[in-house]
Write a protein that binds this ligand. Structure first.
Ligand code: NAD
Length: 491
C-alpha cells in the first residue's frame, strides 16, 4: 500500500449538500483504504455556529452506510473540527490561521493544506484572496492546494475574471478545478482503451471513423434546482464542461507520456483546434430544446421556481469538428438533456463501412452493418463492439453481434466514486483529471457564440416531449450528413 498522505483540509461550505453527501463519504473511503490515516484533519467552515461534536455527528451520519463498525467511523470523525466562519469577514481568517497551525502540529501534517471551496461560485475569488492576504497559506514547506467546484464562470469573461482572482493567490499548478465526470471510471478508461490497445489506436482517425456520438441524457427533469438551472441551461451546465472534457479525451492526439503536464498539453491543443462557429455556424450546427408537458409530467415552464415564459435550454445537440488532421471530415455529435427517454452517459464510435464489400457481389445485397464501439460510462460501465458475423441458418447470410463487457455488481460496487478518485489525485498533486485554465478558456470561447445567439433569438419552446430523445431537429442535424443517432433507436 502506498504511504498515507498528510494534510489539513479546510472545507468552505462544510455543512453544505455536496460536503455531506459526497465529500465526507469519499474521504472516509480513502481513510478505510489507508490513503489518509491518523495524520489528517478537516476543518469544516460555514456561517452558522456548531460545536465540534455537532459537526462530528453530521459527519458520522453522512458516512453511516459506509462504516465497517462504529469505532472506525468515530475514529475517522474525531479528526473533524468546526468553526463558524463568514468568508467575507477578514477577521475570521486570522483566527483560522492560528487554528490551522495548531492542527498542523497536533496531527503532524507537514504544513500540507488543501482549501476546498464548496460554496456558491461568487465566493470562490474572495476566499482565495483572503487566504493569501491573511496568511492562512502554509509557509513552512508544505503544499497549498486550492480546490474549486463548478461552475467556473458563466461565459469567457466571467471565467477569466474569476481565474485572475484565483491566480493572485495561487499558481496554476496549485489549483484543482473539479469536473467530477473526470473522476468517473469509464471516462478515465478512455485513454487506456485508445492508447493501451494497438488495434484500437491504429484505427482511431478519420480514415476509419465515420463519426463519434456523445450522449449525456437524464430521465429526471429540473427537480429542485430551478433557481440555479434556469440561469444556466444545458449548454452551460453540461456542454461547456463535462461533454467537452469527454470529447477532448476522445479527440486528443497521443500525449508524449501519461504524466499530467503531457496530458494537459494534448488536451489544450485539441480544445484550441475545434472549429469555432460564427452565427451562421451556430444556426446550422447547434440545436436547443425545452421539454413540454406529457405522460403525466409537467412542462419545464410549469416546474416550481421556473418562470412561465422561460426560454432556458433543457436540451442541446451539436456537431463539433476539428482542425486536427486526424479528424478531417469526421464530425463529433454531442447531445445532452433532461426528461429524455433514458439515463445514460455513453460514447458511440461509428466506424466507416467497408467500401469494398466482397460479399455483396457473391451473395448479399448491402447488408453488412458498420462497426460501432460503445463506451458505456453511466449508469453501468462497459464496452461493446458491434461486429458482423455469419448467421447460423442455411445459406449465406450475415448478422451483427455485440462483443460486450459490462461491469458486474461486484465490480461496480468496488469502483471508487468520482470524488474519492479526485481527492486521491489532489493529495498526490496529480492534475491529470482536472481542468486547466487554457482548457476552460477554450471551452467557453467555443460555447459563448452559441449562448449569445440563443440569448438574442426567440426559440419555439417547448419543442420536445418528456420521454423522447429531444426535439426533431436533433435527429435532422445528423440526417443532413447521412447519419443517425446510434443510441437508443438501433438497440
Ligand atoms: P449548499 O448551499 O448546500 O452549501 C453551501 C455551504 O456554504 C453551506 O455550508 C453554507 O453554510 C455555506 N455558506 C454560505 N454562505 C457562507 C458565507 N458567507 N460564509 C461561510 N459559509 C457560507 O451548496 P452545495 O450544493 O453543497 O454546493 C457547493 C458547491 O458545489 C457549489 O459551487 C455548487 O455549484 C457545487 N456543486 C454541488 C453539487 C451538489 O450535488 N450539491 C454538484 C456539483 C457542484
Amino acid at each position: 500500500m502506498a504511504t498515507a498522505n498528510r494534510a489539513l483540509f479546510m472545507l468552505f461550505g462544510g455543512t453544505g449538500d455536496l460536503a455531506l453527501r459526497k465529500l465526507y463519504p469519499a474521504l472516509f473511503e480513502l481513510y478505510k483504504k489507508g490513503s489518509i490515516d491518523n495524520h489528517f484533519a478537516l476543518l469544516g467552515l460555514a456561517r452558522r455556529p456548531h460545536t465540534d461534536e455537532e459537526f462530528q455527528k453530521m459527519v458520522l451520519d453522512s458516512i453511516s452506510s459506509e462504516a465497517d463498525n462504529q469505532e472506525q467511523a468515530e475514529e475517522f470523525a474525531s479528526h473533524f473540527y468546526f468553526r463558524s466562519h463568514d468568508v467575507t469577514n477578514v477577521e475570521h481568517y486570522r483566527a483560522l490561521s492560528k487554528l490551522a497551525d495548531e492542527l498542523d502540529k497536533k496531527y503532524e501534517l507537514d504544513g500540507n493544506r488543501i482549501f476546498y471551496v464548496s460554496m456558491a461560485p461568487r465566493f470562490f475569488g474572495i476566499v482565495a484572496k483572503n487566504l493569501k492576504d491573511e496568511h492562512v497559506l502554509s509557509d513552512n514547506g508544505g503544499f497549498n492546494r486550492l480546490v474549486i467546484e463548478k461552475p467556473f464562470g458563466r461565459d469567457y469573461d466571467s471565467a477569466e475574471k474569476l481565474n485572475n482572482e484565483l491566480t493572485t493567490a495561487f499558481k496554476e499548478d496549485q489549483i484543482f478545478r473539479i469536473d467530477h465526470y473526470l473522476g468517473k471510471e469509464m471516462v478515465q478508461s478512455i485513454p487506456v482503451i485508445r492508447f493501451g490497445n494497438p488495434i484500437i489506436d491504429a484505427v482511431w482517425n478519420h480514415n476509419y471513423i465515420d463519426n463519434i456520438q456523445i450522449t449525456l441524457s437524464e430521465k429526471l427533469g429540473v427537480e429542485d434546482r430551478a433557481g440555479y438551472y434556469d440561469t444556466a441551461g444545458a449548454l452551460r451546465d453540461m456542454v461547456q464542461n463535462h461533454t467537452m472534457q469527454i470529447m477532448t479525451l476522445l479527440a486528443m492526439d497521443k500525449p508524449a507520456s501519461f504524466v499530467d503536464t503531457d496530458v494537459r498539453a494534448a488536451k489544450i491543443k485539441t480544445l484550441e483546434n475545434m472549429n469555432f462557429y460564427d452565427t451562421e455556424g451556430v444556426k446550422e450546427n447547434f440545436v436547443r430544446g425545452q421539454y413540454g408537458a406529457g405522460s403525466g409530467s409537467a412542462a419545464y415552464r410549469d416546474e416550481p421556481d421556473v418562470p412561465h415564459d422561460s426560454n432556458n435550454d433543457t436540451f442541446v445537440a451539436g456537431k463539433v469538428t476539428y482542425k486536427l488532421p486526424r479528424w478531417e471530415g469526421t464530425p463529433f455529435y454531442v447531445r445532452t438533456g433532461k426528461k429524455l427517454a433514458a439515463k445514460a452517459t455513453r460514447v458511440d464510435v461509428v466506424f466507416k463501412k467497408d467500401i469494398n464489400n466482397i460479399f455483396a457481389k457473391a451473395y448479399l445485397p448491402d447488408t453488412l452493418k458498420t462497426n460501432v464501439l460503445s463506451i458505456l460510462i453511466d449508469p453501468r460501465g462497459g464496452i461493446t463492439l458491434r461486429v458482423n458475423v455469419k448467421d447460423s441458418k442455411q445459406g449465406f447470410h450475415t448478422e451483427t453481434i455485440d462483443l460486450d463487457y459490462l461491469q458486474n455488481d461486484a465490480r461496480a460496487s468496488e469502483v471508487p466514486q468520482p470524488y474519492e478518485r479526485l481527492f486521491h489525485d489532489i493529495l498526490n498533486g496529480d492534475h491529470t483529471n482536472f481542468a486547466s485554465w487554457p482548457e476552460v478558456a477554450a471551452a467557453w470561447k467555443y460555447v459563448d457564440p452559441i449562448q449569445k445567439y440563443w440569448d438574442e433569438t426567440q426559440p419555439n419552446f417547448p419543442n420536445y416531449e418528456p420521454g423522447s430523445m429531444g426535439p426533431k431537429a436533433s435527429d435532422e442535424l445528423l440526417a443532413r450528413d447521412g447519419h443517425s443517432w446510434y443510441f437508443p433507436e438501433e438497440k
